[in-house]
Design a protein around this ligand. Structure first.
Ligand code: HAM
Length: 425
């Protein structure tokens, strides 16, 4: 019988890669907690209406990428394609937004029916940050600084570039849209097919068209920054000033518009050229109108989400994952002789008690080829138990040297010392 397979674009994350995911998640948590952010967990399924009203009816996500279905009550539900909408819904529903300042973060799977390729999947994972109740550009700067700190801690800061733009207020953008449409209409026949369709529905998206012909036409098109209202301009100038002061480099990209409708003022993307076509590892911006659009009181907000798969790929490509993070255990304990076999469990338990944090894996099958088998595990420390006339003793290997005939009562101190050495190497 044919075997059932996973759904295209929805990947198993296998045990050889999960240590890298855990490492990344741990580093992200540490940075978020150092900025005082609180975790929020939302459901994976929401009412379809929520995404239509927030992301926008005429976006690629809502038009063609959502996993939408009817549940048994005939209600239209959707697997979340992103986290911002659900976070606003949850915040509003539980009275966390009005007249308050909040800094939330979340992580989990998102679903989009996109064409799967390297860095683009149908189930993918985001770690996102959403802040509420702060209108000044300090908070825009903070979320960007927070992400920059994370790249620095992960050792990937040199491989990513920050692209920055301001979309201005909804009113100023409307005027810009009109002029852009008027300009592009003159060249209608030369535009690519997608851009022609977008001319009516979502003209700003034409700015990031991949077509060379369309890009050539755009060279002389009106530029969004010329249309910024005074308040947005001041907001943006203050933000770039704060980033300059923090030593964070950025490129102003007047064509950066983002694919979701809820943004205003600041938008940004962290992009790498190391992953091919899917190079945006983190993206976000300000969405001051969304809470109100979803039925709440006007509440300023800014946030971003990073793509976990893309970051894992980047860490692997740049080879910056510390060796100790690539394996789930530090010490492998096995018996070399039948007489010492009974001590493996006891000894492993003793080491877990006496060396806090040490990750111990015990060998639980036969003695055959035990030396080779222990080495194949990739453990950086191996402890083989033997027995002599005095009882059970151990031999400990640390990659470079070995310590033989260690009596049981000295094992903890020798293992603890060697573990420190291995960790630092
Ligand atoms: P987004 O740009 O749609 O924004 O997604 C954010 C990040 O998720 C992308 O930069 C990328 O790294 C990752 N990503 C998106 N789609 C895929 C995919 N199909 N496969 C793999 N990774 C993907 C948002 O989702 C907004 N909610 C971000 C935000 C939060 N803005 C304000 N707050």
């Amino acid at each position: 019988m044919a075997k059932v397979k996973a759904i295209r674009g929805m990947n198993d994350i296998l045990p050889d890669v999960t240590p890298v995911w855990q490492y990344l998640e741990r580093e992200v948590r540490a940075v978020l907690s150092s900025y005082g952010y609180s975790e929020i967990r939302m459901p994976i399924v929401e009412q379809t209406e929520l995404f239509k009203r927030s992301i926008g009816e005429v976006t690629d996500i809502v038009e063609k990428e959502m996993y939408t279905f009817e549940d048994r009550n005939g209600e239209s539900l959707t697997l979340r394609p992103e986290g911002t909408a659900g976070c606003v819904r949850a915040g509003e529903e539980h009275g966390l937004l009005f007249n308050q300042t909040q800094r939330f973060w979340y992580q989990g799977p998102m679903f989009r029916y996109e064409k799967p390729q390297k860095g683009r999947y149908r189930q993918f994972h985001q770690i996102g940050v959403e802040t509420f109740g702060m209108s000044a550009s300090d908070i825009d700067a903070e979320v960007i600084m927070l992400s920059a700190r994370l790249w620095k801690n992960l050792g990937i800061l040199d491989a990513v570039t920050l692209q920055l733009n301001s979309l201005g207020s909804n009113e100023s953008r409307l005027k810009y849209k009109e002029d852009l449409v008027a300009y592009l209409t003159q060249y209608f026949d030369q535009l690519d097919e997608d851009s022609r369709k977008r001319l009516d529905s979502n003209p700003l998206r034409i700015l990031d068209s991949k077509s060379e012909a369309t890009q050539a036409i755009l060279i002389d098109a009106p530029v969004l920054s010329d249309y910024l209202d005074a308040e947005s301009e001041e907001h943006f100038t203050r933000l770039t000033g704060l980033l300059d002061h923090a030593g964070i480099k950025y490129e102003i990209n007047p064509r950066l518009v983002r694919g979701l409708d809820y943004y205003c003022k600041t938008v940004f993307e962290w992009v790498t050229d190391k992953l091919g076509a899917q190079g945006t590892v983190c993206a976000g911006g300000r969405y001051d109108g969304l809470v109100q659009q979803l039925g709440g009181k006007a509440t300023p907000a800014v946030g971003f989400a990073m793509g976990v798969e893309r970051l894992v790929l980047l860490l692997e490509t740049l080879n910056v994952i510390p060796e100790t993070e690539k394996i789930s255990f530090d010490l492998y304990v096995a018996a070399e002789t039948k007489e010492s076999q009974a001590s493996v469990m006891q000894c492993s338990e003793m080491l877990r008690d006496s060396v806090p944090g040490l990750r111990v894996r015990s060998h639980c099958s036969g003695l055959k080829n035990i030396n080779a088998k222990a080495r194949q595990t990739g453990a950086r420390l191996i402890l083989l138990l033997q027995s002599n006339e005095a009882g059970v003793v151990g031999t400990l290997w640390n990659e470079a040297e070995s310590f033989t005939q260690i009596p049981l009562n000295e094992l903890s101190s020798v293992v603890a010392e060697q573990w420190q050495i291995v960790k630092q190497s």
